[in-house]
Write a protein that binds this ligand. Structure first.
Ligand code: HEC
Ligand code: HEC
Length: 353
């Protein structure tokens, strides 16, 4: 997904360089594969990304600038909160469990649980209600929300322009002298776009890379495919639809309805991806459940009726939920644990400089 053509690519030069060196190496020297850590690579088992990389190809300078911004509280009104306050690498860039609902400047409480920023490049829409339709626009929301950064984009741009470090970094990344908002947004997207998580045990299993599943993991995967995968579909474990999974019968937060104003969308929220789900507790838009066991108990017999509840959850006799016995629940949780990508949450590429 790089803008540079193959012939001007540093990778090619490195490859030629190493080839030249290695022709003079002794036979038992392993040839070294040059890996461009800043190249956006689509995992073999993934769909094509939705992000338009042609407009904003990832470069080392752009990514490093995006990282600097991500960890810098300068984006908030009083310099106290950064993106990283609510999106932490150890929890797959979801919030930490001590913040079930996100916490912004002046310790103001948000209304939703901060989602994991896993595989954002593949998402068509953002937020629990799909209220943002392009990744580049997400930070505007974070900057201006009173319970997040409570700042204006004009102030952010002015603060960045006043810093020699940022003047230099924007010049290096984009060749500009005056920092403007679109470039800051592009840099942040370069950073978040690279948060690709595709090396869990599950991935290694489906890509035949030598991982094998236990009997319980296989059983869990089967039950999952039968009972959950109609919504938590495909390799991203979401079909990106908005559904009501029976959490409430009255709604302070009406979800998708806030965007469409349709009554038929009250209580519907985006089907979340389940990648790294074992790390991203608590669960649901309102952080209702602290463990995966509680989530499965909810699917089994905790649902409440509201007219927009998904029809999948309504049986002929009016009973709500998905029938799961204790063994089914254990098997599903065992399977969900295979979606944890420890390499991703420990990847030094994302470490604060
Ligand atoms: C105060 C906590 C907080 C801060 C700070 C914050 N976020 Fe978020 N972020 C959230 C919450 C909560 C949501 C979900 C919002 C919603 O659904 O209404 C979210 C959603 C997102 C999403 C969309 C995820 C998805 O699955 O749709 C992205 C991307 C994102 N944030 C990136 C950022 C970036 C980049 C920054 C810094 C510029 C940032 N966030 C700062 C709490 C925060
Ligand atoms: C009809 C679609 C649908 C089906 C079927 C479904 N889910 Fe969900 N799931 C959702 C929606 C929608 C949410 C988010 C609801 C919210 O936050 O209001 C969700 C949330 C979750 C979460 C919380 C994730 C997070 O990050 O907060 C987990 C875990 C989960 N589902 C697992 C499952 C499992 C396991 C099954 C099968 C037993 C299943 N789901 C079946 C639609 C579905």
């Amino acid at each position: 997904m790089k803008k540079r053509s193959l012939w001007t690519s540093p990778v090619l030069y490195w490859a030629c360089f190493l080839l030249l060196i290695c022709t003079s190496c002794s036979d038992d020297d392993e040839p070294i594969d040059p890996i461009d850590r800043y190249e956006f690579v689509v995992p073999e088992n993934f769909p094509q990304p939705r992000y338009t990389f042609d407009n904003n190809p990832v470069t080392e300078e752009g990514f490093e600038l995006g990282k600097e911004l991500f960890y810098d509280p300068i984006l908030s009104r009083d310099g106290s909160v950064s993106c990283n306050n609510c999106h932490i690498q150890a929890t797959a860039f979801a919030d930490s469990p001590i913040h079930p609902l996100s916490v912004g400047v002046d310790n103001r409480l948000g209304i939703r649980n901060a989602p994991s920023l896993t595989n954002m490049a593949f998402f068509p829409e953002f937020f629990w209600d799909g209220g943002v339709t392009h990744l580049d626009f997400v930070p505007i929301n974070a900057i201006e929300a009173p319970f997040e950064f409570d700042e204006t984009v004009e102030n952010v741009v002015a603060k960045l322009n006043a810093k020699e470090k940022y003047k230099r970094m924007f010049r290096d990344a984009f060749g500009i002298e005056e920092i403007t908002l679109p470039f800051a947004l592009h840099a942040l997207s370069q950073f978040t776009n690279m948060m690709v998580s595709a090396n869990s045990k599950y991935d290694q299993y489906v890509r035949n890379e030598g991982a094998s599943f236990s009997v319980l993991e296989l059983e869990g995967m089967e039950i999952f495919q039968e009972k959950c995968a109609s919504c938590h579909a495909g390799e991203l474990f979401t079909d990106f639809s908005y559904r009501n999974n029976g959490l409430d019968s009255t709604f302070a937060d009406t979800g998708r309805n806030q965007i469409t104003a349709l009554e038929s969308d009250i209580g519907k929220f985006r089907v979340p991806s389940l990648r790294n789900v074992a790390l991203t507790a608590p669960y649901m838009h309102n952080a209702r459940f602290s463990t995966l066991k509680e989530v499965l108990d909810h699917y089994d017999d905790g649902m409440v009726h509201y007219e927009t509840i998904d029809e999948i959850f309504v049986a002929q006799d009016g009973r709500l939920g998905i029938d799961l016995d204790e063994n089914d629940k254990e098997a599903i949780i065992t399977f969900l644990n295979t979606l944890t990508d420890t390499e991703f949450v420990r990847d030094t590429l994302f470490f604060r400089n």
